[in-house]
Write a protein that binds this ligand. Structure first.
Ligand code: FAD
Length: 530
């Protein structure tokens, strides 16, 4: 059994008994088969000594119980690792960053506290999943759309805290949060924004309150346990209509992105813009590999000849419009006009969805994500056609400037690096996950029964972080095993930002009990040991 660092079994058992008094005996888990549920199913250290494992888990049901847990943890100096639904797969799952932490599992706190149709917001507890909020809205017949990440079983709060995203106009989940309640390490509760007024009337409508706006310091950090959070929602649109644009040549990406960024900043395109290359992301053959391996990665004429010989457009982009029919149609038409200036461009209309949709239409819709309908359809698993699917993967997510030149440079650098690594890292699409940058999400496979392979994957992941940082592309989010490395690249002026984070940490959590090591923020006595 893993124990909190430096703690004897006897002292830990005594502390667990105190936790049982606080939350009820049946909600403290220390049996190995229960604690195993908090392992990271995709861990790159599976079954190795470095795998991050919990010592126990505790599942409170109320804010008062969370406060009690924090007080007990402070008294015994027990490291605590809060999770909302703990589905952070590809970035560390439910496992703590520091082995031996007690997972504070907030899944039982799954109440949808308020939904306002008129002002399009919801106030939820941490355990509320996308499925929960979606069902609540549907059951009550409210004309609201939520935004979902690809897997719908995660929580609004956990996802937003890690800066996660979906595809609709409300896709940048952190930017849609408005007002939160936080239990600090010492057990004190605070509310942010106008929620600090005891008789607040605009907690979910006005973010800033008065004085310093502090919500941001609770995301990707370890300064508090979030027990409530507000989210802005989209009024259910009349229509959702997609447009796919393809362009034939290598360098067309420059114009494609220029038009797209201008339309996005002007408010014409309001959804995620997803860019892929049917050539670079498509089937690979010896000719393509040879071209990619050329010094400089092949000229644009060579690439154009290759694309033409395969009868494939070089680039394909898709985006979606939301709103009233005449407005959507006008924006759709305008975007089409702007893209018509690229020679050889082709368009594919739709699909188009009209609201309200019946329950049956929603269930059968193939494009659930773009309609804000949670699903788990991404988890197709192994099939006879894909026997080689890995046991898990780690996402590698790089922030790239929104220009075609940068897209080409990033694809070249990352493509070359992945090919050299030889571990089957797969480059994904390039999307405007957030408003003014692209995120290029790639994945590194992990295999439970192959430690040697995982070792090579870890080395390749580390190198990829370094190579991309050398080019000025940071990570937007990090896998738990590589947080120190990802944060170390944000080192301007002798790590001034990290030093500020640790100053805050020491002030709000002097015993360092909350989520030690998350995003490189370690308690005083562990600094430098990671
Ligand atoms: C196939 C696949 C596709 C994916 N697609 C997407 C996608 O489209 N978009 C996307 O954003 N992600 C995606 N992910 C990543 C991930 O699955 C989701 O982001 C998921 O929603 C995160 O899990 P969660 O909501 O349960 O968060 P949690 O695991 O609960 O939380 C994440 C972390 O935040 C902190 N935290 C959580 N709750 C609290 C709290 N209440 N107080 C303090 N700290 C807290 C903890 O450190 C925790 O480890 C994908 C993953 C896979 C495997």
């Amino acid at each position: 059994m893993t124990l909190p660092p430096g703690m004897s079994q006897r002292d830990f058992s005594a502390a667990l008994r105190q936790l049982e008094t606080a939350v009820g005996k049946e909600w403290v888990f220390s049996a190995p088969e229960d604690v195993a549920l908090y392992r990271d199913a995709y861990s790159p250290f599976w079954d190795e000594e470095e795998e991050r494992t919990a010592s126990a888990a505790v599942a409170p049901d109320t804010v008062e119980q969370v406060q009690s847990v924090m007080r007990i943890a402070n008294e015994h100096r027990i490291p605590i690792y809060p999770i909302s639904t703990g589905r952070n797969l590809a970035y560390g799952g439910a496992a703590p960053v520091l082995s031996g932490s007690v997972v504070l599992d907030l899944k039982r706190m799954n109440r949808v506290l308020e939904v306002s149709e008129e002002n399009a917001y919801a106030l939820v507890e941490p355990g509320v999943s996308y499925f929960d909020l979606y069902r609540d809205i549907q059951d009550r017949g409210l004309k609201l759309m939520i935004d979902v990440p690809t897997p719908g079983w995660g929580s609004l709060i956990g996802n937003a805290l890690d800066h996660g995203a979906g595809v609709t106009p409300m896709r940048d989940h952190w930017s849609t949060q408005c007002g939160m309640e936080v239990v600090l390490a010492n057990g004190e509760v605070l509310r942010t924004g106008t929620g600090a007024m005891p008789n607040a009337k605009t907690w979910q409508q006005y973010k800033y309150g008065i004085g310093p706006y502090i919500d941001g310091i609770f995301s990707q950090s370890n300064f508090g346990v979030i027990t409530k959070m507000g989210f802005w929602l989209l009024p259910e649109p009349e229509v959702v209509r997609a447009l796919r644009v393809t362009a034939p040549r290598h360098d067309d990406v420059i114009k494609m992105v220029e038009i797209m960024s201008n339309l996005t900043y002007s408010g014409v395109i309001d959804s995620q813009f997803t860019l892929a290359s049917p050539v670079l992301n498509g089937p690979r053959d010896a000719e393509l590999e040879a071209l990619a391996a050329r010094p400089g990665g092949g000229t644009r004429e060579e690439w154009d000849r290759y694309a033409e010989s395969k009868d494939r457009p070089f680039w394909s982009a898709r985006f979606t419009f939301y709103g009233p029919q005449p407005v959507v149609d006008a924006r759709w038409e305008y975007a089409r006009q702007r893209y018509s200036t690229i020679p050889g461009v082709q368009f594919e209309d739709g699909p188009t969805y009209r609201f309200p949709m019946s329950r049956e239409q929603r269930e059968q819709a193939p494009d659930k994500g773009m309609l804000g309908i949670p699903s788990l359809s991404n988890f197709t698993g192994r099939t006879p056609a894909t026997p080689e699917v890995a046991d898990g993967h780690m996402d590698f997510s790089v922030i790239v400037p929104m220009t075609g030149h940068d897209v080409l440079a990033a694809l070249k650098v990352i493509g070359r690096d992945f090919a050299a690594a030889g571990v089957g890292a797969r480059m994904g699409t390039i999307s405007s996950f957030h408003l003014r940058t692209f995120i290029l999400i790639s994945s590194f496979p992990t295999m439970r029964a192959d430690r040697e392979f995982n070792r090579r994957v870890r080395a390749a992941y580390e190198r990829a972080v370094k190579v991309t940082a050398d080019n000025g592309w940071g990570q937007y989010r990090s896998h738990a095993a590589f947080m120190d490395l990802a944060v170390s690249k944000y080192s301007f002026n002798d790590d001034a930002l990290s030093r500020f984070h640790t100053t805050l940490k020491d002030a709000v959590d002097p015993n360092g009990i909350l989520s030690a090591g998350r995003y490189g923020i370690w308690p005083k006595d562990m600094r430098g040991s990671a």
